[in-house]
Design a protein around this ligand. Structure first.
Ligand code: HEC
Length: 144
């Protein structure tokens, strides 16, 4: 156990640290909004077809008390337009909620994996996030 040990360890780790930073930085720096209009338009159509009935025509929610559970402990569908906390969830988590729904967790959103494929789910998330103000969108990007 010489004094050189920690240095040797550091030397082994540094290149990896560098690689990590190098791959993480562009993501942090760019912050550009997704703007593939056909994808967003497709998400909007799907949303109106399948989701608007619960989440409101423009994802604004239909129950102002969406953060309060009803007498059965179920929550009303929240707004998805950036005014609630949808942006707290990473892309992957949102996709999971949409695919699996929340029935298994005691919620009341149906699963969509039988009806919608991965591209559909992606375009839905891109439509929803396109509604969010830039500040919220940027905060969301950092979670992805
Ligand atoms: C039958 C009503 C209903 C329909 C239809 C529905 N949802 Fe939901 N959704 C809910 C409820 C209720 C919640 C809140 C979670 C819970 O307690 O079940 C929710 C939660 C969510 C969340 C998580 C939001 C957050 O802020 O955490 C997302 C994302 C979402 N829904 C997207 C969709 C999309 C996309 C569709 C259409 C493909 C859809 N929902 C269709 C009822 C619905």
């Amino acid at each position: 156990m010489g004094e050189g040990m920690p240095l040797i360890r550091l030397a082994r780790v540094l290149p990896w640290l560098g690689l990590l930073l190098w791959t993480a930085l562009p993501v942090q720096a760019q912050g550009e909004r997704f703007n593939d209009e056909p994808v967003i338009a497709r998400g909007k159509t799907l949303f109106q077809e399948h989701c608007a009935v619960c989440h409101g025509a423009n994802a604004q929610g239909i129950d102002q008390n969406w953060h309060r559970p009803d007498e059965n402990g179920r929550y009303p569908p929240p707004p998805l337009n950036g005014t609630a906390h949808t942006w707290h969830h990473s892309m992957e988590v949102l996709a999971q909620v949409i695919r699996k729904g929340t029935l298994e967790w005691g919620g009341s959103m149906p699963a969509w994996e039988e009806t919608l494929d991965d591209d559909d789910v992606f375009s839905l998330i891109m439509y929803l996030s396109s509604l969010w103000p830039d500040e919220i969108y940027q905060a969301w990007l950092k979670r992805n």
